[in-house]
Ligand binder design. Structure first.
Ligand SMILES: C[C@H](O)[C@H](O)[C@H]1CNC2=NC(N)=NC(=O)C2=N1
Length: 98
């Protein structure tokens, strides 16, 4: 399982450079991405896939859904900020929508 500690500034910059569709957010300290789908069914199917992975990894997104739009913030509550677990989940999510 990826490490729980908050990423150093250097590790954070390195990770974000490889996740061009995600942007850093300050409160909570994490990363953010908005997804748009054809309709609610597509959006919810995506959320279901992410949810199953999140539960398996015991690492869960902060997210909301309005019709075909899903907004996700990834942050590690137990670390008080961005950790490798968020980076791993972001990569997994990118893989799902790719
Ligand atoms: C007890 C359980 O392992 C923890 O509460 C997990 C659950 N999911 C989590 N998800 C996220 N995003 N951050 C956490 O710190 C976290 N902790």
């Amino acid at each position: 399982m990826p490490k729980l500690e908050k990423l150093t500034d250097e590790a954070r910059a390195f990770a974000l450079a490889s996740l061009p569709d995600w942007s850093a957010v300050a409160d909570p300290d994490g990363i953010h991405r908005t997804f748009r789908f054809a309709d609610f069914t597509e959006a919810f199917a995506f959320m279901t896939r992410v949810a199953l992975h999140a539960e398996r990894a015991d690492h869960h997104p902060e997210w909301s859904n309005v019709y075909n739009r899903v907004t996700i913030t990834l942050t590690t509550h137990d670390a008080g900020g961005l950790s490798e677990r968020d980076i791993a989940l972001a990569r997994l999510i990118d893989g799902i929508v790719a």
